[in-house]
Ligand binder design. Sequence first.
Ligand code: PHE
Length: 362
Amino acid sequence: MSEMTERIAALERAAREAIDAAATTLELEDARVSHLGRRAPLPNLLRGVAELDPAQRAQVGRAANEARRALEEAIERRGGDLAQAELRARLIAEGVDVTLDADPLPAVGRLHLITQTRREIEDVFVALGYDVVEGPEVETVHYNFDALNHAPTHPSRLPTDTFYIDTGSGSPDIFAPDTPLLRVHTSPMQVRAMEAQPPPIYVIVPGRVFRPDSDATHTPQFHQIEGLAIDTDITLADLKGTLLTFARAIFGEQREVRLRPHFFPFTEPSVEVDVSCFHCTGGVTPDGQRCPLCKGTAWIEILGSGMVDPNVLLAVSDHGYDPERVQGFAFGMGIERIAMLKHGVPDLRLLYDNDIRLLEQF
Ligand code: PHE
């Protein structure tokens, strides 16, 4: 073998090594440029074949051409393999599994526990035929106290128990019927509802109420739902049956209610209503402990109520409420209290902190 053909063989070997070593199509292109490119040794050598003497020309030209063709084929083959492997890798990397679930949607908000509870209570009474009405949070002494049969000496009239509104004309006259205040209960709407429609009337009144109190079981603002039913032949038994239906709908079918004598200026007789504890039996938990919810008494107070005092009806007798002809009952409950009892919320203020960790639990 001539010196020239040996050189060609060496160039071909070097080129093959580079081709085999190329791990990507890019590296392969580099190998092609450096071994078969315009300035590479083998093409250079081919270009010089014409200057060789005729004896060598044919042999060297053939050897160099064959080497070039063989290398071009090798590049072609290797290039095909590398391109295919790269395509496969890309398809895997960029693959989308259309059978997978979509990312969950960001959580939407939810109703606050107080709103949920209010609606739940409203649903119970709407199913019993009650209308839902609302009234002003800024009330007057007349509606909040006088029309509800409060004696002038009733202690909740004191500014320590009621927010009076400073109208700019000196300290408010807490006995003038028109003096504005923040209602301390939803009961003023008993009077307003009766003024707005003659008997029979069955209404519930959800809304905000205000009292100057603040501790674990009192906030200066909270929510009540008032109930009022006036018709002919309504008795305390109707009140008890209605509240039993309510208690069972909210706290479970096994519940009982009991009435305890109490006093409210606008009902006579007045009662406090207890529901049988839904956390224990007879004040004792399943593991033999004194029940923490009812404090071992087996009963939990849920609301105040009573038969509407004839004096309240007399205050709206112009609107068709003759206490000789119609009578009825009223009740008022704290929405927060119902929610806390039902869901075991330990501190009333948690409902007003707007801490997402609490809100998300309901
Ligand atoms: N208004 C009373 C309170 O806030 C509750 C109540 C309402 C009692 C209706 C009797 C009748 O405590």
